[in-house]
Design a protein around this ligand. Structure first.
Ligand SMILES: Cc1ncc(COP(=O)(O)O)c(C=O)c1O
Length: 592
């Protein structure tokens, strides 16, 4: 039983009724229609649902009512609340009497979505979105009842997570890491450890030297910028990779994966809606999600699908100019190279032209190079740092103020150690004070995971020829590379042999992003189910084969086109055959 009391008459009655209707608060509607002004403190009994419903309409009631009258005259007025006009009180104290025998005690409600940071609600991350969530449901169903579905397992092709898909960790990495985790082993006789066949001598030596760099225990915080000895290894790796262009340990920040670096950088540079960040479309949704969290604007620049998802620096400049006209500062430009989800690798010419734009407009460049090791035969990766140094040498003065943050990670490449959260960023061209801000932000999180830092060291300084682990390590790396390439090419060929699919040839990374041109009937069916055509295709694929992919809409795509993203990490080629069969049947079912 709900009892409402009416004080003043208010002109907002129609509005209130509409709002209440729109929230389907049927139990309240009849009463409220007759009561244009509701005074909340006079609700004497109500179910939680009714109170929640009331809270939804309350802000509108308040906006439209000339006087929100507090219920001072009510016999059960809230103790200690001098002003019930204050909405904060209304949020926290349900206005119902609880028969506790203690009139002073009113249990507070749980928070609702209205109470949380709306930027968090706005952020979207499709890689773990609706289709992967449906896959989780199906996985649970398979565990309970293995016969209930037309497949026996879920193939997670939705995320670049190699070890989830049975990629074996590199032996050398894990030998060193296990010694770091259990230092008692390091006190044993080295020969005995080697004789146990569990550890190679070079792994033991490496663990000892790393332990010294780390300072004695992976269980202790390190410096916020990361262990100095490991930063030295990273700087040496970069110098070698970039044909002698020098990198300095002071410019290296070790991070908990590349995601942490993106978070640091965007939370520093995003000042609100007047900040614009150029992101490639299609993009890895970490960027749009982080921008949403920071309440800043994504400025999309489209990659050109027909030319293998190439980047057009002229388009980037057009986007920059338009942003400036709209009074949005194009503060940051994100380049993902090799691309996720496209697999495209940038040419040195494109990179140089991107730096022209950055130099002209003072735009910070984030070079997301986490796939730099995943390069297919016939393609060469050129780091943005190396090209920047070349430009600076060739054009004295012109590129000196370019600010570049280059990111790398232990999650990808042949390491595939996503769960260990290792990564680094190299800062080039930032002022001292800006670096101090970045350091301060890093120090708020204390330090990146120390074993993740150790993994960065192993990634940038693998065993070399002559060391005991070298041969096995090389064999393991080559096998991972070969399998990835074989699967990528099989999938690519399969897609291009099928009706209604067109796929650009990948040059690197771990993904294919084919375009799907669905028959009209399939598009209609998707609409009927309130799905986009790409969602409908991905959902049908999942429910028929167990293959979990991500609709192109999660990454951004040219309006009117539909894509999906798949990894090629799942072992074997059988699943590709299953996909082919599904696709043919799908088209047979929906062909016009
Ligand atoms: C382009 C890109 N950048 C960054 C990341 C995040 O990687 P990490 O695991 O190092 O945080 C990913 C992960 O898939 C990615 O694809």
């Amino acid at each position: 039983m709900l009892s409402l009391s009416v004080k003043n008459r208010c002109t907002a009655s129609n509005c209130i009724t509409d709002i209440i209707k729109s929230y389907h608060i049927r139990t309240l509607t009849t009463s409220v229609k007759k009561m244009p002004y509701i005074n909340p403190p006079f609700i004497t009994t109500a179910s939680n649902t009714k109170l929640k419903a009331f809270r939804k309409v309350r802000p509108v009631l308040q906006r439209h009512s000339s006087s929100w009258v507090a219920g001072q005259s009510h016999s059960r007025s809230l103790s200690g609340q001098s002003s019930l006009n204050d909405l904060r009180h209304l949020n926290r104290f349900p206005h119902h009497t609880l028969k506790t025998g203690n009139d002073d005690f009113y249990p507070a409600e749980q928070l609702t979505l209205e109470d949380v940071n709306e930027n968090v609600l706005k952020a979207k991350y499709a890689v773990r979105g609706a289709i992967p969530m449906r896959a989780e449901e199906l996985k649970a169903q398979l565990e309970k009842d293995p016969q209930s579905l037309p497949f026996d397992k879920i193939i997670n092709a939705n995320i670049g997570n190699p070890q989830q898909l049975q990629q074996k960790p590199l032996t050398y990495y894990r030998q060193v890491l296990s010694l770091l985790q259990y230092p008692e082993l390091l006190n044993q006789n080295e020969q005995q450890l080697v004789d146990s066949k569990l550890f190679k001598l070079d792994a033991i030596k490496r663990a000892k030297s790393l332990m010294e760099d780390i300072g004695g225990s992976v269980g202790a915080y390190s410096s916020s910028q990361g262990v100095e000895g490991i930063r030295k290894s990273v700087a040496e790796f970069i110098t070698k990779r970039d044909d002698g262009e020098i990198s300095y340990p002071e410019d290296i920040f070790l991070t908990a994966g590349a995601s942490a670096a993106v978070n640091y950088l965007l939370s520093i540079f995003c000042r609100g809606p007047e900040t614009g960040v150029l992101i490639p479309i299609p993009q890895y949704p970490l960027y749009t999600a982080t921008l949403a969290l920071n309440n800043s604007q994504a400025l999309p620049y489209y990659l050109d699908e027909q030319s293998g998802w190439s980047t057009n620096p002229e388009e980037i400049e057009t986007v920059v100019k338009e942003a400036i006209q709209n009074e949005i500062k194009p503060t940051v430009l994100v380049v993902i190279n090799p691309g996720n989800p496209t697999g495209a690798v940038l040419s040195p010419e494109s990179v140089s032209q991107i730096f022209e734009v950055a130099a002209k407009y003072g735009t910070v460049v984030i070079a997301d190079e986490v796939y730099q090791e995943n390069i297919f035969p016939g393609t060469k990766f050129h780091s943005m740092k190396k090209i920047l140094r070349t430009l600076q040498r060739e054009h004295p003065g012109k590129f000196d103020n370019v600010q570049l943050a280059s990111l790398h990670s232990t999650s990808k490449g042949v390491s595939g150690e996503c769960g260990q959260r290792g990564g680094y960023m190299e800062l080039t061209g930032f002022s001292h004070e800006m670096r101090q801000v970045i350091l301060k932000l890093a120090s708020i999180s204390l330090c990146p995971v120390v074993t993740g830092q150790a993994l960065v060291d192993l990634m940038v300084r693998p065993p070399v020829e002559g060391e005991e682990s070298f041969e096995l390590d090389q064999a393991e790396r080559n096998s991972i590379h070969e399998k990835l390439i074989t699967r990528a090419m099989t999938l690519y060929d399969t897609f291009n042999s099928l009706e209604g699919i067109e796929c650009q040839k990948p040059q690197g990374a771990m993904y294919l992003f084919p375009k799907i041109d669905l028959p009209f009937k399939a598009v209609q069916e998707a609409r009927h189910l309130e799905l986009t055509p790409d969602e409908f295709y991905c959902k049908s694929l999942l429910e028929s084969t167990g293959i979990c992919t991500v609709p192109g809409s999660g990454f951004g795509q040219e309006p009117g086109t539909y894509h999906l993203r798949t990894t090629f990490l799942a072992p074997g080629l059988e699943w590709i055959k299953k996909w082919e069969t599904f696709h043919k049947e799908f088209f047979d079912q929906y062909r016009d």
